[in-house]
Write a protein that binds this ligand. Structure first.
Ligand code: ADP
Ligand code: ADP
Length: 218
């Protein structure tokens, strides 16, 4: 089983890289935000609970986030592993993931920390376009789709998130960075964190990540 965790600020390129790495490894790309939005669309009881929190821009409580992710990882297509993107986002989530995997005789193979400075995060998010179907990520300048407004991968419509404006991004960073650094500490303590410079081209970052994924952790 190859289970990798992407760690990084909003706009660092986690989603972009996770989609590429998932295809390269033949495992699913599990993006927590997308999974939660799908639960809301499905109008399940869990989806209604998720809506309560996401609707007001709050993090989904750990217990609920953990249940949804573990449920997804129990699906057959994830039997050989997955690339997790957006989870774990807090230290309790990281510990719960370790515990759940241990019960199945498995563990996180590696955590990949993509580092990008704030100014560049703001630039990337203000040019970001996402696809409606699966959240595939594009950038107006750095990574434009072949056909404007249309996802290269699934043909769905592209849109910009309301909260990708600089003022909202600053607030998201303020809220998200402290728990993210705790997740970084968690995997550093376990000796499975690889930090990469996320301010290179998409192709260069992929190359460094793929190399890290096929080497024993440092
Ligand atoms: P995250 O999932 O970490 O929030 P995304 O993968 O959605 O980040 O990337 C944020 C934005 O930055 C998108 O518009 C994406 O196309 C662009 N992007 C991603 N990686 C790079 C890169 N290495 N260089 C330039 N732009 C990038
Ligand atoms: P953002 O950059 O705003 O966090 P995402 O698409 O990754 O964007 O997540 C959207 C929302 O989904 C978050 O604001 C939060 O409410 C919820 N969410 C996603 N992942 C998690 C998680 N691991 N724990 C708790 N809530 C989460």
């Amino acid at each position: 089983m190859r289970l990798f965790v992407m760690v990084g600020a909003p706009g660092a390129g986690k989603g972009t890289q996770a989609a590429i790495l998932a295809r390269a490894l033949g495992v699913p790309h599990v993006a927590s935000g997308e999974l939660f939005r799908a639960a809301i669309r499905g109008e399940t009881p869990l989806g209604r609970q998720v809506q309560e929190f996401m609707g007001r821009g709050a993090l989904v409580p750990d217990e609920l986030a953990i249940r949804l992710i573990l449920h997804r990882l129990a699906e057959p297509d994830a039997a050989d592993g997955a690339i997790l993107d957006g989870f774990p986002r807090t230290r309790p989530q990281a510990a719960a993931l370790d515990a759940a995997l241990a019960r199945r005789g498995a563990k996180v193979t590696g955590a990949l920390y993509v580092g990008v400075r704030e100014q560049e995060l703001l630039r990337r998010l203000s040019g970001r376009w996402l696809c409606r179907a699966e959240g595939h990520s594009y950038h107006a300048v750095d990574h434009p789709p072949v056909r404007p407004g249309v996802c290269d991968i699934d043909g769905s419509e592209l849109y910009q998130r309301d909260d990708d404006r600089p003022a909202t991004v600053r607030a998201r960073l303020e809220r998200q960075l402290p728990p993210m650094y705790e997740v970084v500490d968690h995997y550093t303590e376990r000796g499975i964190l690889t930090a990469v410079d996320g301010e290179q081209s998409i192709e260069q970052v992929t190359e460094v990540l793929l190399r890290a994924m096929t080497q024993p952790a440092r």
